[in-house]
Design a protein. Structure first.
Length: 209
C-alpha cells in the first residue's frame, strides 16, 4: 500500500498471543495509510474496542478466551457492517476458519504474515465493506450546512449542550440535526459520527446557517 493509492485504514488486533500481536503490529506500522487503533486479548475487549474506535478492519485470532470465532465474526459484521474481519491463523483449511469465513470474514492471514500478505488481507477486508462505505459517501452531499457543522463540532469533542451554546440553538435542535445527519450518512452512534466528520474533512468553520 502506498500513501497515494491507499485510504486511511484503522486496524484492531484481536489475539491473545503477545508474540502474534507484536508481529502483526510491526508489519502494520510499516504500511503507509494504516494505523493500529487498539489491541484486544478477550472477546469483551474486542466488543469494547469496536465501540470505542470503530476500526475498518479486525485481525481476529481464533483462540480468544471465552469466544466463539464464528459467532464473534457474525456479531461484528452485524453490528459494525463497515468493519471487515480477517482471521489470523496458520491453518487456513481448518473447520473453524471455514466457519468464520461463512460468518462473514473476508479472508485469513498467517500470524507470520509479511508486508505483501498484509496488504492483500487489508484490501480484501476493506473491499468487503466498500459498498456500504460508498453508500454513506454518496449521501454526504445531502447534508445541510448546519448538519455538517454539528457533525464537525461532535468530532471536536463537544457535547450536545456545548454545541447548542456554540451555535446559539436549543439542545433539542442539535439532537434533531444529529438525527438527520445520522440517517443521511448511515451513522449509528457518536463514534461513527466522529469518524465520518474526520474522514470527510468537516470542521467547525462550517458553523453557518
Amino acid at each position: 500500500m502506498t500513501a497515494d493509492d491507499t485510504p486511511f485504514v484503522r486496524v484492531l488486533i484481536a489475539d491473545d498471543r503477545p508474540a502474534v500481536r507484536a508481529a502483526l503490529g510491526t508489519v502494520l506500522r510499516l504500511l503507509p495509510g494504516v494505523a493500529v487503533v487498539g489491541e484486544a486479548v478477550r472477546q469483551w475487549q474486542v466488543i469494547s474496542q469496536l465501540q470505542r474506535h470503530q476500526p475498518d478492519v479486525v485481525l481476529l485470532g481464533l483462540a480468544l478466551p471465552d469466544a466463539d470465532p464464528a459467532g464473534l465474526t457474525k456479531r461484528i459484521r452485524a453490528r459494525h457492517p463497515t468493519t471487515g474481519v480477517i482471521a489470523v491463523t496458520a491453518a487456513p483449511a481448518d473447520e473453524v476458519v471455514r466457519a468464520v469465513l461463512m460468518a462473514g470474514a473476508a479472508g485469513c492471514l498467517p500470524p507470520s504474515a509479511g508486508r505483501d500478505a498484509m496488504v492483500r488481507a487489508l484490501r480484501a477486508a476493506t473491499a468487503s465493506t466498500s459498498d456500504r462505505r460508498s453508500t454513506a459517501r454518496n449521501r454526504h452531499d445531502e447534508l445541510t450546512d448546519r448538519e455538517r457543522a454539528v457533525l464537525a463540532l461532535v468530532a471536536s469533542g463537544l457535547t450536545n449542550a456545548e454545541i447548542a451554546r456554540r451555535l446559539s440553538v436549543s439542545e433539542a435542535t442539535v439532537k434533531t440535526h444529529l438525527n438527520h445527519a445520522y440517517t443521511k450518512a448511515g451513522l449509528r452512534n457518536r463514534a461513527e459520527a466522529v469518524r465520518y466528520a474526520r474522514r470527510n474533512g468537516l470542521s467547525p468553520v462550517d458553523e453557518r446557517d
